[in-house]
Design a protein around this ligand. Structure first.
Ligand code: SAM
Length: 349
């Protein structure tokens, strides 16, 4: 069966299906206070976790519907055994123009070379602080030195670019904006400041702790002088800016300035549930049809029907709640225990 659809599949708001984030595990070796505040979790059943072959098969179907950017995430993607093998399998798909990974960097020191050799194009390392003591308090693990080694290894492995993602939280790390800009510049990387989001998992979230894009820019301008926005035609979540000396950085302002109107991202959990919005409460089960022997066209039809009906604009709806003064935690811990797929660490950031 040939479907009358192909690259260019649009949702109800005219947004294309282009960007797929694939969570390869829900396990993580850090316990960041804003993401995994608990120590123990209701984990996905191991038998439900997709094999590399299953992930490759699904990603291939997605590429036939327009996806050309794939990002591996988690949990911590490097905790999944032999993840360079998965990278190699995805890198063979000709339609995948951009193959990236978001990692906390703890295990990168040993794996950066293998990931580059396997065909990974880009790496983003999450790094919220440059102070070892603060790192320990925030992540509840003593892995700061390992992350720095991981960052060095990315550079040594020859990846052409490196991004550092920092979630900015008032009273936690908002005094490090300048230090992080300087550090990124010193290693030829680009830092992106992410507004603290009220996603699943963020059970301690409060509006007061959000440092807005406006405030981030104001604080950096106080130090560096005028900041110039970089105009780009892109659906990327980060807006980029340039300092007078040419240093660039990004801000991801999904909490105060949602970008739902251009969002072409969807997310596949490690157990094959497909979410069309980071804030969505329900996903599409792709594992069951896949394991029941669905043909490529049947999987394609399932995905196409989900995307063409997509009307999600989760971040905008969350922001609208502020008007009536009820924006708070998205899902309380009991709800997260009942459905672990609602967690940020399960659906990937
Ligand atoms: N373990 C990997 C890592 O640390 O990059 C990948 C998964 S992690 C869930 C992906 C990203 O989501 C990280 O950059 C993390 O900081 C971000 N994140 C988690 N909770 C967040 C929140 N409440 N607000 C904003 N970003 C968040």
């Amino acid at each position: 069966m040939t479907l009358p659809i192909g690259p260019g599949l649009l949702d109800t708001l005219g947004r294309p299906l282009r960007n797929l984030r694939v969570s390869v595990t829900d396990r993580c070796n850090l316990r960041c206070q804003y993401c995994m505040p608990e120590e123990e979790y209701a984990w996905l059943r191991r038998a439900d976790v997709l094999t590399f072959e299953e992930i490759q098969r699904l990603v291939e179907v997605f590429t036939e519907l327009g996806v050309d950017k794939v990002r591996l995430t988690g949990g911590e993607p490097l905790l999944r055994r032999d993840v360079p093998d998965l990278v190699r399998m995805l890198a063979t798909l000709p339609a995948v123009r951009d193959l990236a990974m978001t990692t906390n960097g703890v295990l990168l020191g040993d794996q950066a070379v293998a990931l580059k050799a396997a065909g990974l194009h880009r790496v983003t390392v999450s790094l919220d602080t440059l102070r070892p003591e603060r790192f320990r308090a925030l992540t509840r693990r003593d892995s700061y030195a390992a992350v720095l080694r991981g960052i060095e290894a990315v550079r040594a492995a020859g990846f052409p670019s490196l991004k550092l993602d920092t979630v900015v939280i008032r009273g936690v790390n908002d005094d490090e904006l300048v230090d992080l800009v300087e550090f990124a510049h010193s290693i030829d990387a680009e830092v992106r400041f992410i507004e603290y989001m009220d996603v699943g998992g963020a059970t301690h979230w409060s509006r007061e702790q959000v440092v807005s894009r406006a405030e981030i820019l104001e604080r950096l301008a106080a130090r560096y002088g005028p900041i110039e926005p970089i105009r780009e035609e892109t659906s990327a979540p980060a807006e980029r800016f340039r300092l007078r000396d040419g240093t660039t950085f990004g801000v991801i302002a999904s909490t105060t300035t949602p970008f739902c109107r251009t969002c072409d991202r969807s997310r596949l959990t490690a157990d094959g549930t497909w979410y069309l919005c980071l804030y969505a409460q329900k996903g599409v089960d792709l594992r069951t049809p896949l394991r029941d022997g669905a043909s490529r066209d049947e999987l394609k039809a399932l995905i196409a029907s989900g995307w063409t009906r997509r009307r999600d604009r989760g971040a905008e709806e969350r922001k609208e709640l502020e008007v009536i003064g009820v924006r708070g935690v998205l899902v309380q811990i009991e709800g997260l225990r009942q459905d672990p797929r609602l967690e940020m660490h399960t659906r990937g950031g």
